[in-house]
Design a protein around this ligand. Sequence first.
Ligand code: NOJ
Length: 951
Amino acid sequence: MIIKSPFHTRVNGLFHTAISAVLLSQVAQAAPSDDFKTTENIAFYLRHQAFTETILQADPALSQENSGEMPHAASPYTVVSDSVYLNGHTLVATVQHDSTKVPLRVEVIFLKNGTVRVRAQEENPLLPRYDDTQKYVLRGEGNNLGYALASDLKHYRELVDGVKVHTVRYTNEHSAFSVRITEDPWSLTYLENNKPIIELNSKGRFHLEHLRPKPDPETIGDDVSGEWKETFLPFTDSKTRGPESFGMDINFIGFEHVYGIPGHATPLSLKTTNNEKDGYNMPYRLWNLDVFGYELDDPISLYGSIPFMVAHNIDTTVGVFWLNAAETLVDITREKRSNVDNDLPVVNTHWVSEAGVMDVFLMPGPSVADLYRQYTSLIEPTPLPREFALGYHMCRWSYLDQEDVLTVSEKMHEHDIPYDAIWLDIDYTDGMRYFTWDYSKFPDPVAMQKQLAHDGHKLVTIIDPHVKRDSSYRVWKEGNENGYFIKNNTSTKNYDGWCWPKESNWVDYLNPEASKWYSKQYHLDKYLDSTADLFIWNDMNEPSIFRMPEGTAEKNTKHYGDWEHRQVHNLYGMLNHRATFEGMLTRESPRKRPFILSRSYFAGSQRYGAIWTGDNIADWGYMRAAVQMVLSNNIAGMHFSGADVGGFVGNPEPELLIRWYQLGIWHPFFRTHSKKDTKRREPWLFGEPYLSIMRKAICERYRMLPYWYTLFREASLTGMPIVRPMWMEFPKDLDLFAKENTFMVGSSIMVAPSLDSDLTKPIDVTFPSQENWYNMYTHASYFAPIKRRFVTDLAQTLVYVRGGSIIPTRERQRRSSAFMKQDPFTLYVYVSRNDTASGKLYIDDGESYDYEKGAFIEREFVYAEDKLISRSSPFTMESAEHKAFLDKMNNVCIERVVMIGLTSQPTVAIIRENGAEREILLEYGNCRTGSKCVIRDPTVCIGNDWEIALN
Ligand code: NOJ
């Protein structure tokens, strides 16, 4: 089912922006929407289907080979004889279709770390193709990707079964890589250590529609193939550039599972798209759209998209990044190939994009960590966020007024519930003129922010990208006078559309001047009555445009440089997010880390802040989908993500809300949010026992903040996901490849969320590997590999720590993270089967960029041979800033060390720090198995080297 968007509901032939309560109450049985395209309405995709049909029919060998799910067909594309040459780090070939003969330039670019980039476009295009996606997405605008040295590349030519084959080989410290290109038909095989892992065009689906002169209008006629004109509902997309799409099959050899390409509300292990029984009968679509109350288990497009796919088997993890921001569809099929030893599993994928340059990166792994190093060396990892952003965010559409905001805040204090930020949705503005306030509701926004800040809280306001068309509104006036808005399809005037403020225009961030001007609107002297304690939420930035095809801009609207929206659509949200980031970054001097939540996203958005999964529903199924979606975003490098806790649409029963809190605290971004017509949901409104259980969950998030912040630090260095599917931590355990009822937070914590309304329904937990696991709260231990069933009451959650981990916490309950900065730490040492453990802690001021100059403390804790030591991490910088930070944290100590699972019973701890030695007598508390031993007040300092020996 797809719930009709409020923006797309048609009444009397007009699109109507109100959604009725009746519609809401019918959410569960809503009819499929005809407001969104299915593949029958996507002409370029249909043309690629038709191309496939043609080559299949033309292939005489097909009848014998048709057993695979994606039948092989000989590609009509061949390499032009003698056209292949190595030019520095790039192998260049001319490829052409055997009947059109249009020469295509194919470049295979070798990166030092084993990543191979393949690009294809016309050798002499009639018009330039859009190629700036790389500028917005890749590190250093794609200018410095770490190319292999030409002298390391060896190019061989050979004849295999009468076909010319080119092989380029090179090695790095881990592996030997080779790329094999066959000339007739053209295909590419990527091998790591002589094992083929990824093939391009081995199924013959490579096809590039060359740019061509526009035929005489008479010939275009009805244009059933949609090359020059395409109609959807009342909208006609006339295409001045004509067809320019391309597609290719990318096949993962030896793999059964592929993951990634968010955002979809679908299971983690991606399903096949040619089979409705176990999969879907349509491809995964990447075209950012506002799909209110989206359907579950459906590959339709949602708010963001990241064209990054990971394939994993027990030996290796590889990735493909399809760098394209136009509409893209991905089909997936599976087959078994006969192989000498047994049937080799293969995942066949077929990617088709409407415009741009074909540009794809193949990444060899082989480990998960290697893969993320390779991927984030392209798109950059998530930077360290502002620390408060990891706390609890309270949002609804909308808190009514200033008094409401301050009362909610007071009540949170009264009920001892910590929170970091309270949010204002669209109604705080003067008629949705962003950067303004409705002073009748918010008479003194500065006083409100000051009061909140005094109590340790931040304010987050929504700033949408539509600009109300109103000549008395400064922002619109300036944008209009300077020509900063997106233009209509003839570039003659602004592209006019509707959103919350009715008639609106949209800033064209492709225009560097427009983007800069937009950034400036966030400055304190422009965004009046905003203070340094105010942060931003960019919503509706797909962009969402009411009354337009699929609720977004028409594809032929024009951007700066005369590019069509078609070529850049999936970048739009990210560019809005980026401009906001740049504005917020220069609001204060010295700079502080911005926090911005965006709804729409693309590869690269991780650099600018967090995202959330959009308008979900207060329903158990949507909570389950939140697990999949947040993990899938993490797989694709969009780490800082979360879902509206409690569900945006509808009213959750208290049990659902509680379970969602208990899940949400284990997601990187943790915010409650709900729609305008929902009942208020502040925790105290539910009474006991619910209030206490919600408080307990939120406090747990705060207790774990040191672990979260340390994980974000790790992600900022390594690109590793923060929440991880089980297989990432246990890559050799086949049973886990499709598991999604448990997930890892970092490498130490496994969460088995309660996702069912029936509290008596048991939860199955697989404890993987040869480790022992501990229940985080009862300390009961489980010796893996083992499976267990649990039934939990509403107050209980299943969270396990992997033996061998040391987890830092802060246990003093405060109003917000702002008041925790000088709090002492507790270390939990969960010993492994060999009586060892290790862990990390990273701290800095949580807001500035001084950490870049060394103003941080990063410790490594190691427990072995009855001794716990703290040593500084190799990243520590011996700078003046580091020393100053150490001084600032001079009094911050470890107030408790809790040893869990010790096999021996030591009676005394000898503390050694700064050359001094003390003894502490130990206390014991018995757990169900193993024993817990508490070392109280070791008062060793967080910035020092120290040692605690147990005797
Ligand atoms: C749509 C967003 O998804 C939702 O979170 C927000 O409350 C509304 N827009 C109103 O701003």
